[in-house]
Write a protein that binds this ligand. Structure first.
Ligand code: WTA
Length: 630
């Protein structure tokens, strides 16, 4: 395995990865258990898009996450499960127990008729059974598609239909602070709009009453009968491992497909080198939900591949009080803590006593992911949580990249607030101007691209290779376009600025403007709408909707509630617009395209930077929009 220990290792590995990628990745993969080792490193490029890594290898990723550790570390704790309610006892799950539970779950899925290549959709809270399910899917060669528990029944049905999932696994409900979310009801509703699902497997967590469905199966009943012997199925390197949906610039979500050997390699390599867990007693805690890519790579796979102990947390950062994260750090002696800027900003706004009453001296490394971290939040995190003594790894990556691409390496790379700093060895980013010309110099700003394939990259958009090509490889032919803008300082350090496409990042959740517009347009009084992001103190960005209506709306509050309900229904509550402005027209170019730049500037309250509006088809609406701005 590659373990970078200092700056000179970093330089040497960067050079090796460039000059002799075969030797570099040989070293990164040498401790894995292969059923058949690889001999061919890579084929395909950003033109043919037939990208393969370690193509002739055969393996099962769960043998590397689980079986491999049983010889020496069977009784090491893999998961410390911290329930939502602090009065409920935590659970310790050893590698041996995790292995057993995963095997039982795989047998249960098999008994329900699931075969290699079938898709299993998970719509669950953060319970250990979700992890068992995901790993069981991988063990039996099925493909998992985890849908975040905040999505609505329509959004869930759309994702189930897109990948034709045969099995849907859910909880009766999920505990979120002082509330429960009725997941089973949403799953029942989703099944009204699907025909592919053969069974709805229900794991009981909240033990609240729920409506039965004819496809219901009971997790506990089947699990208790299942055998704990399930030999891992042999997978080819490029067999699909999972699909994960994310928003894009059109209305339909994209199912990014990740495959087996490359994803595994990149998950472990990036986990080991970014976080640098060195002592056996170190405890990792990634606060992300498994429903997002961070919960896939740095909860379900990376830490288990490396055989470390990690926390799984069911609850929310602000319940029973805003000190909950710090209480858990203290209780389980967390050494490596990885969270999102939105959580940091929310907790930063609270009484500092909520931090100071807990002992955070176990912390060694802090991480940030999902959106740009602003300077104030970075400084607060560094001073109050890290006590000026823990490196902060600001990790830039995406659902599409599979793992961390640009980030400091803890204790090795010098830090600079808000900077993701360096690409990992093996990754070659660049900045381009709008024409696609590579900006070679430092101290520049441009669009962020990646020049060469890497093992962890998504191989396609499930069922839609054309969309994969047009979204990522057509803007700058020959390069992968990230959709992000970035800047490089005079020393070559990267700072990610944010999305340059029609994607809004609300509390680290990617939301496509078109998806929200489609939902708003469902309202019978809406003619057209345009959605943009605006700066939000806690969430990073909030959603601002401009709406044209068929006739005058008398009860504006009622109308706005109907709009937010529609968005909650079509997507989920987290995508609700916070500001809704009724307008008589939208600024359009002569070819009829909405000038979003103007709408963004109004939403950002930067109306002095509107630029030239005289070429608009309808320049007069701009003044009206400015006057009515919120
Ligand atoms: C943003 C999350 C700035 C970025 C892992 C990217 C970031 C999108 C950072 C991907 C960071 C992620 N600094 N921006 N450290 N990390 N982003 O697919 O805009 O949910 O394109 O993956 O989040 O979001 P996704």
């Amino acid at each position: 395995m590659i373990r970078i220990k200092n700056q000179s290792d970093f330089d040497n590995y960067t050079k090796l990865a460039k000059e002799n990628p075969e030797a570099f990745w040989k070293e990164a993969t040498k401790e894995f258990v292969w059923k058949k080792p690889w001999s061919k490193l890579q084929s395909g490029d950003f033109n043919d898009l037939d990208i393969k890594w370690f193509e002739d290898a055969e393996l099962n990723i769960t043998e590397n996450c689980l079986d491999r550790h049983l010889k020496n570390n069977a009784n090491k704790t893999a998961i410390i499960y911290e329930p939502n309610n602090p009065h409920e006892d935590p659970q310790q799950i050893t590698y041996k127990q995790l292995h057993e539970n995963v095997c039982k779950t795989a047998n249960m899925f098999k008994d329900l008729g699931i075969k290699k290549g079938d898709v299993i959709c998970f719509y669950m809270g953060m319970v250990p059974e979700l992890l068992y399910g995901v790993l069981a899917s991988a063990r039996m060669g099925a493909i998992h598609s985890v849908v975040f528990g905040g999505f609505s029944s329509k959004a869930l049905a759309e994702r189930i239909n897109d990948c034709q999932a045969k099995l849907l696994v859910t909880n009766d409900g999920s505990n979120r602070g002082n509330k429960t979310i009725a997941l089973k009801q949403v799953a029942n509703d989703a099944l009204e709009n699907t025909t592919c699902v053969k069974h709805l497997l229900v794991h009981k967590r909240t033990n609240e009453e729920f409506d039965k469905h004819e496809l219901d199966q009971d997790w506990d009943k089947l699990f208790s009968k299942a055998s704990s012997d399930f030999p891992a199925v042999t997978m080819k390197a490029e067999d699909p491992l999972f699909i994960l949906y994310t928003s894009g610039s059109t209305g339909k979500p994209k199912g990014l497909m990740h495959t087996t050997a490359g994803y595994m390699t990149y998950a472990q390599y990036s986990f080991d080198n970014v976080f640098q867990m060195q002592d056996d007693s170190d405890v990792f805690w990634c606060t992300a939900d498994i429903g997002w890519i961070t919960g896939h790579t740095y909860f379900s796979y990376g830490p288990l591949l490396s055989g470390v102990t990690q926390v799984m947390f069911e609850g929310v950062p602000t319940w029973p009080d805003g000190g909950r994260f710090w209480e858990v750090v203290d209780k389980h002696k967390v050494s490596h803590f990885y969270t999102a800027p939105t959580a940091i900003r929310a907790l930063e706004a609270l009484d500092i006593e909520l931090v100071n009453k807990h002992n955070l001296s176990s912390l060694k490394v802090l991480g940030s992911v999902g959106e740009p971290i602003n300077e104030e939040a970075w400084q607060w995190y560094n001073k109050n949580i890290g006590k000026n003594n823990c490196p902060i790894v600001d990790t830039w990556w995406q659902t599409e990249t599979g793992g961390i691409m640009i980030s400091p390496l803890a204790h090795i790379t010098e830090m600079k607030p808000c900077y993701a700093i360096n690409p990992l060895p093996g990754i070659e980013p660049a900045l381009v101007d709008t024409e696609g010309k590579i900006l070679e110099a430092n101290d520049v700003e441009g669009n962020l691209i990646i020049k060469k394939p890497w093992p962890g990259m998504a191989r396609t958009v499930y069922g839609d290779p054309e969309r994969y090509k047009s979204t990522y490889f057509s803007t700058y032919p020959g390069f992968y376009f990230t959709g992000d803008g970035a800047k490089r300082d005079e020393k070559g350090n990267y700072r990610i600025i944010g999305r340059v496409d029609d994607v809004i990042n609300v509390s680290g959740h990617r939301i496509g403007t078109a998806e929200v517009e489609n939902a708003i347009n469902e309202h019978e009084s809406v003619v057209e709408s345009a959605v943009v992001g605006f700066p939000h103190e806690i969430k990073g960005q909030g959603i601002y909707a401009y709406v044209i209506c068929t006739s005058e709306i008398k009860d504006k509050d009622k109308f706005k509630k109907q709009i937010t309900d529609l968005v909650s229904d079509e997507i989920g509550r987290f995508a609700k617009p916070e500001k809704i402005q009724i307008v008589s027209g939208l600024p359009k170019t002569r070819s009829g395209k909405i000038m979003r730049r103007i709408l963004r500037k109004v939403a950002e309250k930067q109306t002095d930077q509107l630029g030239d509006t005289s070429t608009l088809l309808n320049p007069e609406v701009v003044e009206e929009i400015i006057q009515g701005a919120q």
